[in-house]
Design a protein around this ligand. Structure first.
Ligand SMILES: *[C@@H]1O[C@H](CO)[C@@H](O)[C@H](O)[C@H]1NC(C)=O
Ligand SMILES: *[C@@H]1O[C@H](CO)[C@@H](O)[C@H](O)[C@H]1NC(C)=O
Length: 401
């Protein structure tokens, strides 16, 4: 304890003599530290010692030179030269010199090194933002700096302070394993206020980790803010109109859900969601009996609940009777056979489906005897039944235009 105290006292006195000088030196450049009070030419009475990232404790440099020459060496005028400063040279350098008249002077340098990174850049900038919705503006990247420094964002010239609500920033600092230089990433998310500035301008700045070094700025990016449009109604458009198509034909179902941001569209067939990625268009190419059924779409909006369109029913028309328009003259045998099989298959499926539906509805009717819609449903059901079993009738009613 006593020894430690004495050591602190000695150090204190040592520092008190000249006071610290803080030096910043750029990595890779030479650095000269002067030994104050030393005679300009030999013979000199001086001693340089250093305690840096390269040393384990104080290291005294020999004026005669040696293995440390490539790192630091004493010049003829008594100054210390570091030919190319590195990150490991950060630390303390001291010189004690005695003048020709016997006066002792001490110099004490605290050396910190820096590297200026490349100009920061905003990568992956957004093209537009949505008012009221958290949106990513972009990622600011600064590469190759030392010490790490910081990145900050500005909106129309004013500093943006992350508050975790309207403004949030995700930061990442990486260090190059060999050079020891830093790469900073800062991803900005904002929630623009509704009715706010329509064309805000964002920029990013790198602030160095050392005082008196200049900040670096990105060019600003200007984004447009879209105001949200609520989802009013989900429309389902069928092509061909009416939903009746010849076997092998194509049906296009388009779900129109005009809203901002655009909702996600999923499809439902006969009450079951179709296992397809969300898309506003459902294309049924080469329609076969298995494609018949009732289709609807569901629009899911992040801020509202899901909203379903009306249901449309897709049915296969009987082309055998149409002759010329069907265009199946070339191979009538095969065509008719396929058609017959198709119809049989279709009828079988339809009968099964109808059986299930009728059974289901009967059960429901038993439960809610008074419900007035049941009347309508029953009629719809009959219409469906007719369509399946008497294709000619269905055609004349569906193929109006
Ligand atoms: C040198 O830097 C240290 C901390 O880094 C600070 O406490 C001290 O006041 C500085 N000295 C001078 C002379 O600027
Ligand atoms: C000693 O020499 C070096 C290199 O020639 C020079 O940069 C430095 O300023 C000199 N020091 C003094 C105290 O004159």
């Amino acid at each position: 304890m006593v020894a430690a105290g004495a050591w602190v006292l000695v150090l204190g006195l040592w520092g008190a003599v000249v006071g610290d000088r803080n030096i910043t030196a750029r990595i890779g450049k030479p650095l000269v530290l002067n030994c104050k009070g030393a005679p300009k030419k030999p013979p000199q009475q001086l001693e340089w010692k250093l305690n840096t990232g390269r040393t384990e404790a104080w290291k005294v440099l020999s004026p005669q030179g040696g293995p440390w020459d490539s790192v630091a060496r004493v010049l003829p005028n008594g100054s210390l030269l570091l030919p190319a400063v590195g990150i490991q040279d950060e630390g303390t350098f001291r010189c004690r010199a005695t003048s020709r008249h016997g006066k002792e002077t001490k110099s004490n340098y605290r050396v910190r090194v820096y590297q200026i990174p490349g100009k920061p850049e905003i990568v992956d900038p957004a093209s537009e933002l949505m008012a009221g919705v958290p949106s990513k503006v972009g990622t600011c990247v600064s590469e190759g700096g030392y010490p790490a420094g910081t990145l900050s964002w500005h909106l129309d010239g004013k500093t943006l302070t992350p508050d975790g609500k309207g403004v949030s920033v995700k930061e990442e600092t990486r260090r190059h394993p060999e050079t020891g230089l830093f790469t900073l990433h800062s991803e900005l998310m904002v929630t623009p206020a509704q009715g706010g500035a329509p064309r805000p301008s964002f920029s990013c700045s790198f602030s160095p980790g050392l005082p008196r070094r200049r900040a670096l700025h990105t060019a600003p990016i200007q984004l447009s803010v879209l105001e949200p449009v609520p989802l009013e109604e989900v429309q389902l458009v069928v092509e061909p109109e009416g939903g009746a198509v010849a076997p092998g034909g194509t049906v296009t179902l388009t779900c129109e859900a005009p809203a901002q941001p655009p909702p996600q569209i999923h499809w439902i067939k006969d009450g079951m969601p179709l296992p397809l990625p969300p898309s506003p268009v459902l294309l049924l190419p080469e329609v076969g009996p298995e494609d018949q059924g009732t289709y609807s779409c569901v629009a899911t909006h992040p801020s509202h609940g899901p909203q379903e369109s009306r249901a449309v029913s897709i049915s296969i028309t009987e082309t055998g009777e149409e002759g010329p328009t069907a265009g199946s003259v070339a191979e009538p045998g095969l065509g008719t056979l396929a058609l017959a099989l198709g119809i049989l298959g279709g009828l079988g499926t339809a009968a099964l489906l109808i059986g299930v539906i009728v059974w289901h509805r009967r059960q429901r009717r038993g439960e809610e005897r008074k419900a007035p819609e049941n009347q309508e449903e029953e009629e719809e059901e009959r219409a469906e039944l007719n369509q399946q079993e008497e294709p000619e009738a269905a055609e004349s009613s569906a193929g109006g235009p």
